[in-house]
Design a protein around this ligand. Sequence first.
Ligand SMILES: N[C@@H](CCC(=O)N[C@@H](CS)C(=O)NCC(=O)O)C(=O)O
Length: 215
Amino acid sequence: MAAQRTIWWGSGSAPAWRVLIGLKEKGLEYDSKLIEFSKKEHKSEDILRLNPRGQVPTFLDDGVVVNESLAALLYLQDKYPEPSLLPATIEGRALVYQRFQEAANFHDKVSQVIRFKWTNADEALPQDKLDALQAELELWESYLSEDSFIAGPDFTLADISFGPFLLVFKRFGGTLKDFPKLNKYAEKIEARPSFEDSYPPHWKETPGKDWLDSL
Ligand SMILES: N[C@@H](CCC(=O)N[C@@H](CS)C(=O)NCC(=O)O)C(=O)O
């Protein structure tokens, strides 16, 4: 019998996007529950029963609940090993595990500037927050070589962890003009079918912000 699989997600939620990308990379069918944050649907009974934090992604696979996005990606790789999203060598996997977790730093710096602007729309972004984001971008730029993915020559779990947040950065005006390798990388992942087929629907219909256009 086919697995019963459901994901609750919200348009523009990078953690939820990660799990959608993982499902698509694995070629798995799923029941898609797109929630609206403005209607507080992430606090619905259906979600709270499975995820007391009332967040997306909320993910149910064959009776197993795995809510945290990174945990859900590891679960998918574990339960559905092929096609693999990990390198064959232990050295390769070590780097993927590192970047997979390290993406939290980039997420944090991007979120800090976005949160600041949501609540202080008329104020300029604090220089220290911009500097911290610039330093993050420099690190991630240094991790790439001309045609590589973020943790080596192949697309892996590390790209699913990091990529959606890089595209959030672009959505909020990031240009990557001083980061040519990241810019090329962003275009490459954005065009990948798993990203394209799960692209945040409202991003296709509405313009983003220009808050990060100095970077
Ligand atoms: N650590 C969680 C974060 C999930 C998360 O923060 N989801 C946000 C949307 S991006 C959410 O549902 N926020 C609503 C809330 O916290 O009430 C993960 O990686 O899955």
